[in-house]
Design a binder for this molecule. Structure first.
Ligand code: AMP
Length: 539
C-alpha cells in the first residue's frame, strides 16, 4: 500500500521558488568581476533564472544536456545553476585553475553544449575553443557595455542574451532522480572523473547538511561561500542558503585576505566556508593590518585537514571553527564537527582537540573504517582503517564509466585513512597514498603537518615519505617560513619532539620558498613526493 502524501519531486527549482516566495527580499550581494559591488535578492534571482531556463530552451537545450560554467561566485553564476537545472539540463562546473589540456579533456568528455564564462577566462577559452567541438556558444557573464571583442564561437553578452526572454516560463518538469550537476574530481592521478549529482541528491544533501549540529544556517545569517562553485559542488551552499533563507555575500574573483575582510566587514557576514589556504591568507592579512572581523561568527574549514594553529587563531578572534570533511563524490559533505553532548563542556584545549577531528556525518551519510581485508575496525580512536561511506548523496559510479565504483557490499571507498573514536568522531589520518610506512608502522603526515604549523615561524608545512635504506620510508618535513622570518631544522625538531613519539620525528627538514598546490588549493603531495622521494639517497 502506498502512502497518501503528495507526489512532489525533489527538484532544485523548489529551493529558489521557496526562497523567492518566503525570503524574496533577502539581499544577495556580489563583488562583480567587473569590479563594483552588485546587489540583488532572491525574488530577482528567481525571475532571472526562469528567464534563463526559457532562453536556454529557445537555444535548443534539452533535458539531460550539459551546460558548462567557468565562473567565480557571483549572482549570475547562481542564476546559471538554477536556470540550467530549471531547463532540465545539467550544470557542469569547470575549474579554471586546471591545466588547459585538462579543461579541454573534461569539456569534451562531458560533451557540454554551451558555456557560461566570466570575463576573467576569455583569453584561456579563446586558446582552447578550437579544441572544443561540442560547444556551440559562449555566453559571457557581463553586460553589453563591458563585453569585449572575442573570437569565441557564438559569443554573446549574458545580459543582452537574457533580455531576449521574458521569464514567462514553467520550470521543465522531470523526475527527482534526473541528473542535475556534473563536477569532475581534480584527478591528481589519471584522468579526471565526473561525479553526476541528481536533483534529489542535492536537495537531500542541502536539507541534511543544514541540521542544527551540522551547518545550521538560518534566515538571519549572512553567508559568504568563499569556496568556489567550481569546487566540489560549491559545498552545496548555493542550495543550502536559499533553503534556509540566508542572505548571500559572494566574493567574485577576489579571494585575497584584504578583499575578503573588507567585504565580510562591510556586509556583516556571519558565516563563511573555504579550504585552509584561503584562511591562512586572511589571517596573515588580519595580523599585519589589525583590520577588524567583528561580524563573523562561524567558519567552515575543509577540503584538507585544518591545522590546529589555524583553528586556534580564529577562536581567539571569537570565530567558531567548524571542521568538515568531504569529497566531490559525497556531494560533497561527509562529516562535520558539531558538538555532541558526550564531548560538550570541554576547556579551550579540549575543544581544539575535538576540532582537529572531522566530526560525524549528517543523516543520510553512513561511514565505517575497514582493514585491507574488508573487516570493520573498532571505533576506539586509535585504530586506523580505510574510510568508506554510503548513502543517497554518495556517488555510486562515475560519468560514462562502465562499472559502479562500490565495494561488493555497496560502500564507496574514499581513499582516506581514518580513526573513529567511541563518541563517533572521525579523524582523517591521511590519504591512503600519503601515509608514511616506516618499519611496518604507519605515520600520519597530516598529524605532523598540523604540529609543524604550530611553530611560530612556519607559514605552511608538508610532510612526505622519502625512501629509506633501513625503514622503507621516513618522514621528511618541508616548510615555508612566514614572511620575514627564518626557521631552522633544529628549532622545528625541538618543537615537534615533545609532541610525538620519537620514531615519528621527521628525519630532516627542508626549507622552501613555496609549496605547490592543486587546482583546489590542497598541497600537491604527488609533486613533492616526486621531488623528495630520493632525499635519503635511495633511488
Ligand atoms: P576533493 O574531491 O577534491 O574535494 O578531495 C577530497 C579529498 O580531500 C578527501 O578524500 C580527503 O583526502 C581530502 N579532505 C577533504 N576534507 C578534508 C579534511 N577536513 N581533512 C583532511 N582531508 C580532507
Amino acid at each position: 500500500m502506498l502512502g497518501l502524501m503528495q507526489d512532489w519531486p525533489l527538484r532544485l527549482h523548489r529551493l529558489i521558488d521557496h526562497a523567492a516566495r518566503h525570503h524574496g527580499a533577502r539581499p544577495i550581494v556580489s563583488r562583480s568581476v567587473e569590479g563594483p559591488v552588485h546587489r540583488t535578492d532572491y525574488a530577482a534571482i528567481h525571475r532571472r533564472s526562469l528567464a534563463l531556463a526559457q532562453r536556454l530552451a529557445r537555444e535548443g537545450v534539452k533535458p539531460g544536456d550539459r551546460v558548462a560554467t567557468m565562473a567565480w561566485n557571483t549572482w549570475r553564476h547562481i542564476e546559471a545553476w538554477y536556470g540550467i537545472t530549471g531547463a532540465g539540463a545539467i550544470y557542469h562546473t569547470l575549474n579554471p585553475r586546471l591545466f588547459p589540456d585538462q579543461i579541454a579533456w573534461i569539456l569534451n568528455h562531458a560533451e557540454s553544449r554551451l558555456m557560461f564564462c566570466d570575463l576573467s577566462f576569455l583569453k584561456l577559452l579563446e586558446g582552447l575553443a578550437p579544441k572544443l567541438p561540442h560547444i556551440l556558444r559562449f555566453i559571457v557573464l557581463t553586460g553589453p557595455e563591458t563585453m569585449p571583442e572575442t573570437s569565441l564561437p557564438g559569443a554573446v553578452d549574458y545580459e543582452s542574451w537574457l533580455a531576449e526572454a521574458d521569464g514567462d516560463f514553467e520550470w521543465v518538469a522531470g523526475e527527482e532522480n534526473a541528473a542535475a550537476g556534473l563536477c569532475y574530481t581534480s584527478g591528481t592521478t589519471g584522468e579526471p572523473k565526473g561525479v553526476l549529482y541528481s536533483h534529489r541528491s542535492n536537495v537531500i544533501h542541502a536539507l541534511a547538511c543544514n541540521a542544527p549540529d551540522m551547518l545550521g544556517l538560518s534566515a538571519t545569517d549572512r553567508v559568504m561561500p568563499v569556496v568556489p562553485m567550481f569546487h566540489a559542488n560549491g559545498w552545496c551552499l548555493p542550495f543550502i542558503a536559499p533553503l534556509s533563507g540566508a542572505s548571500l555575500v559572494l566574493p567574485g574573483p577576489k579571494l585575497d585576505g584584504e578583499s575578503l575582510q573588507s567585504l565580510m566587514q562591510a556586509e556583516g557576514v556571519t558565516f563563511t566556508a573555504a579550504v585552509p589556504t584561503v584562511w591562512l591568507g586572511l589571517l596573515q592579512y588580519l595580523e599585519a593590518s589589525s583590520a577588524p572581523l567583528s561580524t563573523l561568527k562561524r567558519v567552515v574549514i575543509g577540503g584538507s585537514a585544518c591545522p590546529r594553529a589555524l583553528t586556534a587563531a580564529f577562536e581567539r578572534r571569537g570565530v567558531h571553527v567548524v571542521h568538515a570533511w568531504g569529497m566531490t563524490e559525497t556531494s560533497p559533505i561527509g562529516t562535520i564537527c558539531g558538538v555532541k553532548p558526550e564531548v560538550a563542556g570541554r576547556d579551550a584545549e579540549g575543544t581544539l582537540d575535538l576540532q582537529e577531528t572531522q566530526g560525524f556525518p549528517p543523516f543520510t551519510v553512513d561511514m565505517r573504517i575497514v582493514g585491507d581485508d574488508g573487516a570493520e575496525k573498532p571505533w576506539d580512536g586509535t585504530t586506523f582503517g580505510n574510510l568508506q561511506v554510503r548513502g543517497p548523496t554518495v556517488t555510486r559510479g562515475y560519468f560514462k564509466a562502465e562499472r559502479d565504483a562500490l565495494t561488493p557490499d555497496g560502500w564507496f571507498e574514499t581513499g582516506d585513512v581514518a580513526t573513529i573514536d567511541p563518541a563517533g568522531y572521525m579523524h582523517i589520518t591521511d590519504r591512503t597514498k600519503d601515509v608514511i610506512k616506516s618499519g611496518g608502522e604507519w605515520i600520519s603526515s597530516i598529524e605532523l603537518e598540523n604540529l609543524a604549523m604550530g611553530h611560530p615561524d612556519v607559514a605552511e608545512a608538508a610532510v612526505v615519505a622519502a625512501r629509506h635504506p633501513k625503514w622503507d620510508e621516513r618522514p621528511l618535513l618541508v616548510v615555508v617560513p612566514k614572511a620575514g622570518r627564518e626557521v631552522s631544522r633544529d628549532s622545528l625538531l625541538a618543537h615537534l619532539a615533545p609532541q610525538v613519539a620519537k620514531w615519528w620525528l621527521p628525519d630532516d627538514v627542508v626549507v622552501v620558498a613555496e609549496i605547490p598546490h592543486t587546482a583546489t588549493g590542497k598541497i600537491l603531495k604527488t609533486k613533492l613526493r616526486e621531488q623528495f622521494a630520493g632525499y635519503f639517497g635511495v633511488p
